[in-house]
Design a protein. Structure first.
Length: 366
């Protein structure tokens, strides 16, 4: 099926001449033209695992990049770069390197184009894409890398050190107030090596609409980069399950506090308590050591539908306060709206999952 507008854009690109254009770029242009000319018309959208405890843990989820042909804009003229940006699918990091939920959000027009840039000491950070579905907020953070940089932003994020051992960090604010929340980063992939996908607000309740601030500390510069963005929830078809059942095994009293199913995210929130009146430290001492690492309960969760299909893990966090432990786990969206959702707690033993069937829940989806 032909797409006249797309073919016109590509025709313009092929006619533009660049002095001494590298042969690699010309070959990749021709490959991209062949690939995109066969794509049906599509409207352009306008627009860890280490848990524990002490309220906040950072989770890092590895995200595989898709096999999409990409032309590096650094090799071509500004005019060609601008034209490429008008072509669908070429410059969305969510679409190229995001998880299934972010890819779906991009396809369905559920993301927001931000275009905020901050420069300090010759270094520029920018936020380009943002998705908030009520369960998580994800955004694309890009660093204008030096020409001689051989490492990706993702690699540099964890390796750079600043004065007095400072490390790179991000703080988040809602309506001007700091938020004590877990967060994680994943790579922008081979097609966007200067970008990160930042995800947060997995484990806190957040309004449907708010003023969002993010302060990125670049340790090497000892410098903060602040972004301020108005955010609105974009998700109209979520299903929320709140079963009342509690199960008990080996001094673990477990309850499913919340399961959220949406087009972009599956979110599971689990509470664990001890006997009435027991605080976290007390009931953890009673739990058998086979469930613990370094003295703390180390439990994770899988989800399956009635056909045994399991959505991919995105990230998670755990916290303990007063008389209960709370675990939030994020997954990619289910393949289809399930009839039931089964929560399968497990512990890891030498990298193998050991499930705890006595604490398994099957929740009907109504």
């Amino acid at each position: 099926m032909s797409n006249p507008e797309l073919e016109l854009d590509l025709g313009i690109l092929k006619e533009q001449r660049i002095e001494e254009m590298p042969e690699l770029v010309r070959v990749r242009m021709d490959q991209t033209y062949q690939m995109l000319s066969s794509v049906p018309p599509k409207p352009v959208s306008v627009k860890k695992k280490s848990r524990w405890l002490r309220n906040v843990m950072i989770t890092t989820a590895s995200v595989a990049a898709g096999g999409v042909i990409f032309i590096s804009l650094g090799f071509i003229s500004p005019a060609m770069a601008q034209t490429l940006k008008q072509i669908p699918f070429v410059d969305s990091v969510f679409r190229l390197a995001g998880d299934l939920g972010l890819q779906t959000a991009n396809e369905k027009g559920m993301t927001a184009a931000v275009h905020q840039t901050v420069t300090h000491q010759g270094v520029t950070l920018s936020v380009s894409e943002l998705m908030y579905d009520g369960s998580r907020l994800s955004l694309v953070l890009t660093r204008d890398m030096p020409e001689d940089a051989n490492e990706t932003f993702y690699d540099l994020w964890g390796s750079e050190k600043g004065p007095e051992g400072l490390v790179n960090n991000i703080d988040f604010f809602i309506n001007g107030e700091p938020v004590n929340t877990s967060w994680g980063i994943s790579s922008g992939g081979d097609q966007a090596p200067d970008s990160l996908i930042v995800t947060t607000f997995e484990s806190v309740e957040v309004p449907d609409e708010f003023d969002f601030s993010m302060v990125v500390r670049i340790a090497k510069l000892n410098q903060d980069f602040e972004f301020n963005i108005s955010v609105k929830k974009n998700n109209t078809n979520s299903i929320v399950l709140t079963p009342a059942e509690m199960k008990t095994h080996d001094h673990i009293h477990m309850k499913i506090k919340r399961i959220e199913l949406s087009q972009t995210t599956t979110r599971l929130v689990v509470e664990i308590r001890g006997e009435p009146g027991e605080y976290v430290r007390e009931f953890q001492q009673k739990i058998p050591d086979k469930y613990k690492i370094t003295g703390f309960l180390n439990i994770d969760f899988d989800l399956t539908d009635e056909q045994g299909r399991t959505p991919a893990f995105i990230g998670g966090s755990g916290s303990g306060e007063g008389d209960y432990l709370s675990y939030t786990t994020m997954f990619e969206p289910m393949e289809a709206t399930p009839k039931t959702v089964t929560v399968k707690p497990y512990i890891r033993s030498r990298e193998n999952k050991v499930y705890i069937p006595e604490l398994e829940f099957t929740v009907p989806v109504q």
